[in-house]
Design a protein around this ligand. Structure first.
Ligand SMILES: O=P(O)(O)OC[C@H]1O[C@](O)(COP(=O)(O)O)[C@@H](O)[C@@H]1O
Ligand SMILES: [Mn+2]
Length: 659
């Protein structure tokens, strides 16, 4: 489009110099504000409750604001309780209602305190932005309370509003909504550096929450890409997500969260493995499902059935796609049932379980009719699940393989490197690439598979790319030599379970390697850093999340409960506000106890980078976009002055026509 055409279009929105000037004033005001707070989390693995707490507490930001505003006025306990109200308003309100002698008086003072915090976290934004964030019904009241001046009349007005709120019994709603708004305002932008799904019970709730936020980006993790492939109907991906979640007892999520029908799997598993205790397949987690409490013996049979299906459909894909170079992962043909052994990478081991009635030694990768029936049912359920497809669509529209944001580089796994510290040339999907080029190419291809398959029938097959990225040794999302699911299930010798990480994870200790990566993505290494997830930092073994002299930070600290024994903590979060970047180390999140008590631990916060001066919006990526909008508007004004584009004023409006 020629520049003038573009300016003519702009003139439809800003038809005269007055409207142009008004917008320039507005944009310049925004540019002068401090940059909003960015908040980074990774490896959520379905742990919705802990995630909620991390987001709501904003890595200690809320507690800091409370201390700043009430440090001299309220006791430490009162401040803790105010924090608890913001972190978990619904449960805290329940507790208060049961325990406060005068609940209305408590509400009245809680509203007052919350409004002060709400004002404190909103002062970085324009009023119009704050108004847009306020909720529909109670937003008006909040607006009045937040922006009421403190002179005598106003004070009365203020009290009047709170009294009416109590009288009309909307105090609990108002309190909940102010608390929600505080957490919305405390974090301007959320970055989720991958692995939303698998292991924990509620990834669907995390996705619903992310979809409700106004500003989010996601960097796909291996545990996301495998769901993206499953949503395309890819059999290996489907078998993997079902196996993992059956093995973690996540039946409520699968069946009621996503409406995936597990009846065929349950019925057939019972039929085939009826007398088999399937001891090697007991679910890792025995927490009760609320809606579908499947007995653990049945869950184990289902786990075994879907695991065998997985090894078969993966085997078929490996044989049909020699270009993946995954032949070494073909295991079923190495089983010797007569001898009860399996040959794994040249070594013969006893096989833990010899009851494998569906494996035909003459054609070990062929699904039995029952297995085929189960697979067909799962495919249909997954591709027709409206909720799942909505979530995956959001992963595409708000996600990417990597993101550059305000000078930093974010990706989940790794960048393939040789041992010597050179970018590794990787051939995937017929193209060879390295470093940033590889990441761009794969991102593009993942989008093609989902939005633009050559025909819908090709989609499931094209999504083999997602499956490769889930477990392939050259995948920048996986970063390990092999995924030893088969060995863990069938071989007792633990040495076969070991998955070796790629050279990247050693190399990033070196600052120059980190700088090389940052440069390859066209970022300035004197300012930007890399944020990574994926590999849990084993802090208890003395490992540090800060690599390359602060140029790279790994923020996988084990939000996933299953990994807290390995890491020794309960997760990291990272924050980038207008003054500094900081890493928070969290202790385990304690869920609400049956007696109504709940403990919130404040994280241990370490400032990793201090900015030379307060960072304003003008210094951010959005600032650059806004600045270019100002430039365009100024050009439009110049065209108005020259008369090349005619100014238009409303015929009978508040403006006088120039002529
Ligand atoms: O411990 P689980 O849940 O059985 O999963 C183990 C598998 O998960 C992986 O660690 C991948 O998951 P992460 O991306 O969370 O590391 C595989 O390497 C491994 O085979
Ligand atoms: Mn991962």
């Amino acid at each position: 489009m020629s520049n003038n055409k573009y300016l003519e279009m702009l003139a439809q929105k800003y038809p005269n110099h007055r409207s142009v000037n008004a917008e320039i004033v507005n944009l310049r005001a925004i540019l002068a504000l401090p940059k909003g707070t960015e908040y980074f989390l990774s490896d959520l693995h379905g742990e919705y409750d802990a995630f909620q707490y991390f987001v709501r507490s904003a890595s200690g930001t809320i507690k800091m604001k409370i201390d700043e505003n009430f440090g001299a006025i309220l006791s430490a306990t009162d401040r803790e309780q105010l924090a608890a109200l913001i972190y978990d308003p619904i449960n805290e309100l329940k507790r208060r209602e049961a325990n406060e002698a005068d609940f209305n008086a408590w509400c009245s003072s809680a509203i007052y305190r919350l409004i002060i915090i709400c004002r404190a976290v909103s002062n970085k934004y324009t009023r119009s932005k704050v108004r847009r964030i306020l909720p529909d019904n109670t937003g008006y009241i909040m607006d009045e309370l937040m922006f009421a001046d403190d002179d005598d009349n106003r004070q009365k007005y203020y009290q009047e509003i709170i009294d009416s709120v109590i009288e009309f019994k909307i105090a609990k709603t108002l309190i909940t909504e102010i608390a929600n708004t505080i957490s919305e305002l405390a974090v301007d932008h959320l970055h989720i550096i991958g692995d939303i799904f698998d292991r924990g019970p509620k990834p669907h709730r995390i996705m619903d929450f992310l979809m409700s936020r106004r500003s989010v980006d996601i960097q796909w993790g291996n545990h996301d890409v495998v769901w993206m492939g499953a949503a395309c109907g890819n059999r290996p991906c489907i078998a993997n997500i079902i196996r993992m979640n059956v093995s973690y007892n996540n039946f409520d999520m699968l069946e009621y969260g996503y409406g995936i029908n597990l009846r065929p799997l349950a019925t057939r598993a019972q039929q085939i493995y009826g007398d088999d205790p399937c001891t090697g397949f007991m679910p890792h987690v025995l927490e009760k499902n609320r809606f579908d409490p499947i007995p653990e013996e049945l869950a184990a049979k289902m786990h075994k059935m879907i695991a065998i299906i997985q090894f078969k459909v993966e085997g078929q894909t490996i044989m049909n796609h020699p270009e993946f170079k995954l032949d070494h992962r073909l295991m079923l043909d190495k089983i010797n049932l007569d001898e009860g052994t399996v040959n794994c990478y040249g070594e013969v081991y006893p096989i833990k379980d010899t009851n494998l009635p569906t494996i035909d030694p003459a054609d070990p990768y062929k699904l039995s009719p029952e297995e085929e029936e189960v697979m067909v049912a799962l495919e249909a359920s997954i591709t027709n699940s409206k909720k799942l497809q909505e979530h995956i669509n959001f992963l595409y529209t708000h996600g990417a393989l990597f993101t550059t944001y305000n000078g930093n580089l974010l990706f989940h796994g790794c960048i393939p490197f040789t041992e010597d510290g050179d970018f590794m040339e990787v051939t995937i999907a017929g193209k060879t690439n390295h470093g940033a080029g590889l990441m761009r190419q794969l991102d593009q291809e993942l989008r093609e598979v989902y939005f633009n398959p050559r025909c819908e029938l090709d989609k499931a097959d094209a999504a083999n790319l997602m499956w490769y990225l889930w477990l392939g040794p050259d995948s920048p999302l996986f970063g390990k030599d092999k995924m030893t699911t088969f060995e863990r299930l069938f071989i007792a010798d633990k040495s076969t379970h070991k998955e070796h990480t790629v050279p990247y994870y050693k190399l990033i200790k070196n600052k120059d390697i980190c700088i090389k990566i940052i440069r390859d993505f066209d970022l300035d290494p004197s300012k930007g850093i890399i944020l990574n997830g994926h590999v849990p930092v084993k802090i208890k073994d003395g490992e540090s999340p800060i690599k390359g002299e602060g140029k790279l930070i790994v923020i996988d600290g084990g939000i996933s409960k299953a990994y807290q024994k390995t890491t020794g903590i309960a997760g990291y979060t990272f924050i980038f506000n207008s003054w500094f970047m900081a890493l928070s180390e969290h202790e385990p999140y304690h869920p609400l106890q049956p007696d109504g008590t709940q403990e919130f631990n404040n994280p241990n916060i370490v400032t990793t980078h201090t900015l030379p001066a307060r960072m304003l919006i003008i210094d951010t990526d959005i600032g650059k976009v806004l600045q270019s909008q100002i430039d365009d508007l100024q050009q439009l004004n110049a065209e108005f002055r020259k008369g090349t584009i005619k100014e238009v004023y409303p015929k009978r409006g508040k403006y006088y026509s120039k002529n």
